[in-house]
Structures are given as structure tokens and as C-alpha cells.
Design a protein around this ligand. Structure first.
Ligand SMILES: [Zn+2]
Length: 157
């Protein structure tokens, strides 16, 4: 590895991506730094060797097969992630999941059984708007058109 602190500019220099001043600075550095000079020579030799390789034309239908394979790999990775979650969760994960579901179901049952507070119609309108993410987007003009802001007294919803 090149330990020189200028070495991070090597690739950008070879790719001609340095700005004019950076390029001039790096070139003057190259005349004094054996390490960077050797790395530049190696990279250029490698580039020339790669450029001398014959190009290969893909077989007919390569692109179709390529994208089909990408789609299959994506699907397989998604399945592995889903399976992996439950496999990692193990019996404790299932237990926690079932307990959470049971507690949530109990809370819903309690909420359904107890009479709720009378909702102010204006508050209900704001609650509906929030549900439809109108307030999250804070489209003031739309909210004004819907007369929601008139009902909103500035308190946290
Ligand atoms: Zn150097």
C-alpha cells in the first residue's frame, strides 16, 4: 500500500478528475515521491494490460437473462430476510410477538367497551385530516380551503 498522504489523489489524478491547482500540486509532488511514482506506473501498466484485452460480445438474449436473474436474486434475498427475521426471533420472539398482539387486542376490546369522550366536531375534522396526512404535509392553502385551520386553536394535536 502507498502510505503517502497524497496517495488519496492518485486515482483522481489518473482519471483526470483533479482541479487544475490540485493537478499541478500532485504533479510537483510526483517528482519527489518515489512511492506515488511507482504506484502511478503500476496503475498505468494495469490499465494498459486491461485495455489490450479483446472485447467480448455478449451472447444473444444476455441482457434479458441478466435482468431476469437480478429479479430472481432480489426475490430470493427478500425471502431470506423474511425467513431470517423469524428464525432469529426464535421462540422468545414469537412469545413477545404473541404477547404484544394479545395486549393490543385487550386494549382494543377495552376501548370498544368503554364509552369514549364526546368528540368536538371540529376536533374530529382535524383528526380526520391528520389521518389523511394533510397536516403532515402542512399544505396551508389546502388546510385553509378545508377550513381546518379555523378550527385549530394552536394546541398540539
Ligand atoms: Zn506520494
Amino acid at each position: 500500500m502507498n502510505a503517502c498522504r497524497y496517495s488519496e489523489n492518485l486515482v483522481a489524478f489518473l482519471d483526470e478528475e483533479l482541479r487544475e491547482q490540485e493537478r499541478a500540486d500532485f504533479q510537483s509532488h510526483l517528482s519527489n515521491c518515489q512511492s506515488c511514482g511507482e504506484t502511478i506506473d503500476q496503475q498505468r501498466s494495469l490499465g494498459a494490460a486491461l485495455a489490450s484485452l479483446p472485447t467480448v460480445d455478449p451472447s444473444p438474449g444476455f441482457e434479458t437473462r441478466f435482468w431476469a436473474r437480478i429479479a430472481r436474486e432480489d426475490q430470493a434475498a427478500e425471502q431470506r430476510r423474511e425467513q431470517g427475521f423469524w428464525a432469529r426471533a426464535g421462540w422468545r420472539g414469537w412469545l413477545v410477538g404473541l404477547t404484544t398482539a394479545a395486549v393490543a387486542a385487550g386494549a382494543v376490546m377495552l376501548a370498544l367497551r368503554s364509552p369514549g369522550p364526546e368528540l368536538d366536531p371540529d376536533f374530529a375534522l382535524v383528526a380526520d385530516a391528520e389521518q389523511f396526512e394533510l397536516l403532515a404535509d402542512a399544505d396551508i392553502e389546502l388546510l385553509e380551503v378545508m377550513e381546518i385551520l379555523e378550527a385549530w386553536d394552536g394546541q398540539e394535536i
